[in-house]
Design a protein around this ligand. Sequence first.
Ligand code: ADP
Ligand code: MG
Length: 323
Amino acid sequence: NLLANQIAAGEVIERPASVVKELVENAIDAGATQIDVIVEEAGESLIRVVDNGEGINPEDVPLAFTRHATSKISNRHDLFNIMSLGFRGEALPSIAAISDVTLNTTTQDAPSGIMYHIKGGKQVSATPANGRRGTVVSVRDLFYNTPARLKYLKRPQTELSRIADIMNRIALSYTNVAFTVTSDGRNILQTNGDGNQQRVIAAIYGRDVAQKMRSIAGEDDDFNITGFVSLPELTRGSRDYLTILVNGRFIKNFSVSNAVIRGYGSKLMVGRFPMGVININTDPLLVDVNVHPQKAEIRLSKETELSALIIDTVKSCFADENL
Ligand code: ADP
Ligand code: MG
């Protein structure tokens, strides 16, 4: 079972950024409105996620570290349909199999919280503890017992930028949650949870960038599009600065990002890409959920129709100007 957990861990947890993603998604699922992420040495020595969510009842904590023990309902459409992000009950056991985890959690009603320590998949201790409502998960020495994984990590700078990328996308998706990200004592992201996506863009990319964004809006029978796209003068050398959210969830889809680019027509230099955030809202049934849950690349039904709508929406936002 420990071996099974280590194998599963390899699928769910590729790198420190995967741990951050899973822990933060759990915090979001728990209804947290404030989530603080603290990493040291790009997550290799410490990843800590502090949330003010509902917490876990002490007696349920060991269960949460058991495989497939999700407390969340799951039918096949849940992935994009309901609020719940987690659905497989694999993250915590996978993380605990390959690191040293302490989880400190307190619910509103339980008389006491718990401090739970598990290392390499084996419980070390469980003691009553009190804290504010919410959960603190601290992951230390990731991959300490899987040297192959450890060797495969890129240099700290690269691992940290993957953590930052994931947190940026999550902050853009969950504008009602206030996030902080601290790396080796330095604050690298701070959002206020006021629901204003343009302010999150400013928090990530800077105020000057946010000011060079235009809001867009468009819809047809199947899709509703909102978001922000950069003025044609503000471009980057890669598509990575174009974030696409379908029903609030980050995705990758080549034809969608292509449509955004095509919306600029000849205003964009060859090899340059706009920055922006595109929110696509649609019936979950038009979203292909039949993909590996760890992969962001998805297919959409009616992609041609969607592309045309996006091209139009982007085009019309620059139509009345000589840019
Ligand atoms: P999943 O999220 O797929 O259910 P996880 O392994 O990520 O599986 O988490 C297992 C369970 O632990 C969750 O279903 C949830 O009940 C509980 N849990 C994990 N993290 C938190 C948290 N931050 N706050 C409240 N409950 C949590
Ligand atoms: Mg989860």
